[in-house]
Design a protein around this ligand. Structure first.
Ligand code: COA
Length: 263
């Protein structure tokens, strides 16, 4: 039997899974166990037929207040050092980004350091009005190590990313929205409903189309434009060989709702 989750809560309804990071006494800081549980949870959700999209949030007043600073300090003194910590955490976040199902971060409070990086690895970010985003690592004599130096500039541009990374200052939800870091901002009490409502719009679509769209966008982003366009054409061709594509186009022409089967 797989080990239970000590720091994650799971709820599944209407094909939308809600994963809640639950370590509120430490503002959901990411220790090694939380990172391993996230890896295990997302791998399990990837294979569940009753889950078409995932909402990721935090318990209490934080989404995630960063990597666990006590563990980071201890790991720095080991022979493998922080390079190993960064490589492992980054690989877990990349697996989340490459999941074939949409992942929406519902940012309920502090999303700092590794918490901001975790939100960046999700496909969309919905923020509550009292969310705070930041990469405060320089204040600890560190730099972001779970993808922040790479995903933030790709999302908001190098100048804005460097401002956040080099000052270490957090920004509020409205500012995050203005620079494209948050997709939407809603009142705290509406946050989960807003994130789930986006997820439900997605799970109503063909799951294979969602998977190919995620791959085209996330893997294509790292390619030069010509190669990226060729990659998009490959994905377009692959999705064109699915039953869902035949069903979607036939349903449109017959003026009826499509019934996608994920085949
Ligand atoms: N790692 C480990 N523990 C953390 C943590 C982190 N990243 N962030 C918060 N905590 C712990 C605190 O140590 C405290 O634990 P304690 O009650 O056992 O002392 C608890 O969470 C509550 O945090 P606290 O600092 O008392 O809350 P606050 O409201 O005064 O401040 C923050 C909130 C988010 C501003 C502050 O906790 C903070 O700056 N955290 C670190 C953010 C950071 O640098 N992240 C990047 C890490 S690489």
């Amino acid at each position: 039997m797989p080990a239970p989750f000590a720091f994650l809560l799971l709820d599944v309804a209407d094909r939308v899974a809600t994963v809640t990071i639950h370590r509120p006494d430490k503002l959901n800081a990411l220790n090694a166990q939380v990172i391993d549980e996230l890896d295990r949870m997302f791998a399990a959700l990837a294979t569940r037929d009753d889950v078409g999209a995932i909402v990721l949030t935090g318990s209490g007043r934080a989404f995630v207040a960063g990597a666990d600073i006590a563990e980071i300090a201890a790991a720095a003194a080991t022979p493998a050092g922080l390079a190993a910590v960064s490589a492992h955490g980054s690989a877990v976040f990349t697996r989340i980004e490459r999941l074939a199902k949409p992942v929406i971060a519902a940012v309920n409070g502090f999303a700092l350091g590794g918490g901001c990086e975790l939100a960046l690895a999700c496909h969309l970010r919905v923020a509550s009005t009292h969310a705070k985003f930041g990469l405060p690592e320089v204040k600890l004599g560190l730099i972001p190590g779970y993808g922040g130096t790479q995903r933030l500039p790709r999302l908001v541009g190098q100048g804005r990313a460097l401002q956040l990374i080099l000052t270490g200052e957090a920004i509020d939800a409205e500012t995050a929205h203005r620079i494209g870091l948050a997709n939407e901002v809603v009142a705290g009490e509406l946050l989960l409903e807003a994130a789930r409502s986006l997820a439900k719009m997605m799970v109503a679509q063909g799951p294979l189309a969602l998977a190919h769209a995620i791959t085209a966008v996330t893997a294509g982003a790292d390619l030069p434009l010509d190669a990226a366009l060729a990659f998009e054409a490959e994905q377009f061709g692959a999705v064109g060989r699915t039953e869902d594509m035949r069903e979607g186009t036939a349903a449109f022409l017959a003026k009826r709702a499509p019934a996608f089967r994920g085949a």
